[in-house]
Design a protein around this ligand. Sequence first.
Ligand code: GUN
Ligand code: FE
Length: 441
Amino acid sequence: MSRLFHRGQILHFLGDPSQGAEESYEYFPDGGLLIDDGKVIAVDHASVLLSSLPRNTEIREHPSALLVPGFIDTHIHYPQMDIIGAHGEQLLEWLDKYVFPTEAQFGDFAHAQAVAKRFLAELLRNGTTTALVFGTVHPESVDAFFGEAEALNLRMIAGKVMMDRNAPEFLRDTAASSYTQSKALIERWHGKGRLRYAVTPRFAPTSTPEQLKAAGRLLREHPGVYLHTHMSENLNEIAWVEELFPHLDHYLHSYDDAGLLGRRSVFAHCVHLSEAEWQRMAETQSNIAFCPTSNLFLGSGLFPLAKAESCGVHAGLGTDIGAGTSFSLLETMDEAYKVQQLQGHSLTPFKSFYLATLGGARALDLEAQLGNFLPGKEADFLVLDLAATPLLKQRMAHCENLFETLFVLSTLGDDRCIRETWIMGDCKYQRDTAADCTMQH
Ligand code: GUN
Ligand code: FE
């Protein structure tokens, strides 16, 4: 495969800007990114790399653009892409009225495959190169999703929903069947190419304690698989969990009891955690997906990012489509900023871009593979167009430093800013030729 030298403005993160890391990022105004065989060989000032470029290296120039690592979405539901913008409800009623009926269709492999194709095209169009993804209760939904992700050579983590109570009959499995089906999917997909499996109980209200224990057993029997669920999103949900698990101290205890916490566990939302829950999240190195557009859309609440920082709990950004309202992590950064403003904190654009890249990689325990341009990392990256719209172009012209440039980009940016999306060194989406991933395989 070809060796390519990409030249343009380049930004990547080496650490968390809010943890006082001296040099949390590197920015090269005229940078070079050398890629060979799908991996990063080097990143530096272009002048440094050009002097010793291997022979036969093709050079790509990226004018008025910023190259950044691919965005990582730490929580999204692919089967819900067609219910974005479902009016009028908060979490529990929204699930009954909109989510369950749409998820019922994913027992049909052909339907699941068609949606998965459109979903992945949409991710690439928005610059999302890796995601942690909910399927539905049907194993077919996961087979279809992974099949499409594999064809595009994407690093994706996904799993079948486990749900054995408080859901319509047609969407329920059992503790035993969810164990057997998940196990078969792990054996079929986990570690196949770039794919990884996540054991996925929907949330405590829809799993019996026996099913949560089966999830814990799957994790113990398959080291390296992930745990992906929801927690403490909505106050009625929390009250319901207290009723369903009266003997437990708090919501997180329902998962802890089953052995579901840890470095590869991702809990979406965590908007209303108690002090004891924060401490336990930190002790177990569990991770959070912060989903601002979803939390606002469903009226769930304001995620306290500063609290996660002070407790040392890793957080990434999640769109939470279909409760979330945009596939774009740029738009998600914009909403994250507003959610923090409402709590008296000003999220910096450095932190936002960190969360969408290295922060997401850390939350998904993928720092060895992704998140920045250190040598050896997988070459998933974006060419962000800094002149994507007349307004953006004009506004950018008045930015005096990188901080301002990034902040304006996160405030005004959306899918129009994604000029190109590269996966393992190959261009899989190019805005101006309107080529999308479905045309590439
Ligand atoms: N809690 C349980 N299921 C869901 C879901 O599908 N979406 C969101 N946002 N929260 C949930
Ligand atoms: Fe969700």
